[in-house]
Design a protein around this ligand. Sequence first.
Ligand SMILES: [Cu+2]
Length: 95
Amino acid sequence: MKSTAIFLAVLLLAALAMAKEVTTEIKVSGMTCQACAISVQKSLEKVKGVKHADVSSDKGIAKIEYDDAQANEQQLRDAINKTGFKAEPPATEKK
Ligand SMILES: [Cu+2]
């Protein structure tokens, strides 16, 4: 049935639309040169759902584009911490 196929296609598109891509910035301390930034970036890009990571050792910031259906910020922080650098806590959680 043609209508069934169309219905399924619409459902699939709706599911894909719900998986939204988000961009977040995480402060990273301890990076001193470009090699540090690259190792953080490589680690972030290994996290499932991460599309792109842009890490600046000068600014001490990792900018990450990821699919929030597959990854969350905690996983990103864990990936950064695993490299030996430190993901700073989110500004909103600072006391
Ligand atoms: Cu370095």
